[in-house]
Design a protein. Structure first.
Length: 200
């Protein structure tokens, strides 16, 4: 997936948000795109204030359940209007946020049975993580532990907290862990150039 694809996806995300905020409608996914963009992929759309860079919304589809081109539209609208941590974005705010799209690889189970083994399977800067236990579930994107300078233990503790679990729940074999990787495309400024971001 190259920067041309990233430019298309980020532009589509911004267009989807703009259309929804202005007209209350969800745009149709374009049909004339490369086949790779029609494959089912997980994706997250992140909105950050500019120039402060503070989070303004982040929602996605972690599982590959929809064609990527459709999933981007859904995640973009949700990140702008349905992130429970923030009020819905207004059309006047849109020119003051940057749009970032993270395309995910399919989640792979972390199979190690011991806490030490689980730690060894995780690479900071490469792996996003999903945790599941009972009805509880949490996800953190691969860029998050890098931004916060977390160790692997801290990363897992915060992942547990995100899922509403005790911070050491990741050590229990009854808790399922999955890792995935992400390709990140981001605007350098609102409606500006789109670049592929390196996490590390």
């Amino acid at each position: 997936m190259d920067e041309e694809d990233g430019e298309l996806l980020v532009g589509l995300a911004r267009k989807a948000i703009s259309s929804y905020l202005e007209e209350g409608r969800t745009i149709e996914a374009p049909a004339d795109v490369r086949e790779e963009l029609k494959e089912k992929r997980g994706v997250f759309v992140t909105l950050n204030t500019y120039p402060a860079g503070e989070l303004r919304g982040c929602i996605g589809l972690p599982e590959p359940v929809k064609p990527l081109i459709e999933a981007v539209i859904e995640a973009a609208v949700s990140s702008a209007t349905r992130d429970p941590r923030f009020p819905s974005l207004s059309i006047h705010e849109l020119p003051h946020v940057t749009v970032e799209v993270t395309v995910l690889t399919p989640p792979q189970p972390i199979k190690a049975g011991t806490p030490e083994g689980r730690l060894e399977e995780i690479v900071i800067g490469r792996d996003g993580l999903i945790i599941e236990r009972g009805w509880s579930r949490g996800l953190l994107l691969p860029q998050v532990p890098v931004e916060h300078r977390w160790s692997r233990e801290e990363y897992l503790a915060y992942l547990c907290m995100k899922a509403g679990l005790p911070t050491d729940a990741w050590m229990d074999q009854a808790t399922r862990l999955y890792r995935f990787e992400g390709v990140i495309f981001s605007e350098t400024e609102p409606e500006g150039r789109v670049v592929r971001k390196e996490i590390l």
